[in-house]
Design a protein around this ligand. Sequence first.
Ligand code: ZN
Length: 447
Amino acid sequence: MSGDSAGRVAAGASVADALDAPDIGERIYALAAEIYPICRSIAGPGVRETLDHLQRCVALELHETPTGTSILDWTAPKEWSVRDAFIKNAAGERVIDFRRHNLHVLNYSAPIRAKLPLAELRKNIFTLPEQPDLIPYRTSYYAERWGFCMSHNALMALPEGEYEVLIDSRVEDGALSYGEFVHRGETHEEVLFSTHICHPSLANDNCSGLALLAHLAQRLSGVKTRYTYRFLWAPGTIGAIAWLARNDATAARIKHGLVLSCVGDGGGFTYKRTRGGDAPIDRVMAHVLAAGGRAGNVIDFFPYGYDERQYNSPGYKLDVGLFQRSQFATFPEYHTSGDDLDFIAPTHLAESYRVLAEAIDILERDRRYLNLSPKGEPQLGRRGLYAAIGGDKDAYAKNMAMLWILNLSDGEHSLLDIAERSKTPFSVIAETARLLEWEGLLKPLSR
Ligand code: ZN
């Protein structure tokens, strides 16, 4: 279906196809590349500047919680910003320059201006001796300290002597920001998509997730849906906590959800189940990965990772899983300067987008039907429903889909049940059910 089909989806037609758009991977990549250079942290101008870019794609709302506000067991932090930072050698040359890479400054670093011998300076430098060409990403949100990050090779190349260091940063009162977009559906039941906005120049983790959700929200806004869809672009941990603290009643309406991050690399897919492990979203994601013939690793919940931890906490128990390509902390580029714009690609972003579109399609279209001719098999040939040409593999699959649907449509089994049992992609089952309904052989039941 072409890109301009959004908003004109025929009843029961594929939502995944409606969400499809030409060059979607390239569009997501372009937005990820636009926000990649911005120096973000948990609060400050970097988050707002990023949301500003995303707003050009989708009309998200900016929400702010003033510094010092109590949010659940936490407090909204101060804003952090950096104007300049460097290490200069005796000749006055910048051997480390924040303007070249924002990972060079310890995220949330306190300000410093000093002249130090190398031995002293080293105490405040982080490197990766095992990956000597890469700059690590390090943070210190809740312990006040200053620091630089650099490649181990660059550190080894520094001669003894005195260095001039400057981190012109500010940690000051302001607000914690997050972005939110709501697409209203026919019901108040909600599907949540949430992703973190607090990392600086790391492309996969998480410019990829930020840009993908912006485009998904934009496409979805033109489609009629049953569920209401809520999108959050929020700083990791503290942002999800701020949202939960302000949205107790809304949280109760969330029926399904996904946190996503690291959706642009060539690895994976990875799906981490909800805390209960048997929620509808768990079945949906397992089906999308398996039936789509996608290599996928479905893993059990554990209370570490991204904001699925907050949504699955016992005070909320929301059915929110985590979707990634490569699992966090398992790829060598993770949290290093190696996670750059060459590490992600439009084709990987497009595949991740398609996975989410197919998941939405199942959430929207899954329902139970009743076989209106349940005594024996209805005569399909008389109705022209049996594919005439024997041996056509496609025809065989379509015939089997019809037989499965008719057999299991006793009012107890949903289309997803049938797709799972018959090991047939949900889209094939759903399309075939539409055909059988059209022929008067099936009746949809109220959900
Ligand atoms: Zn991360």
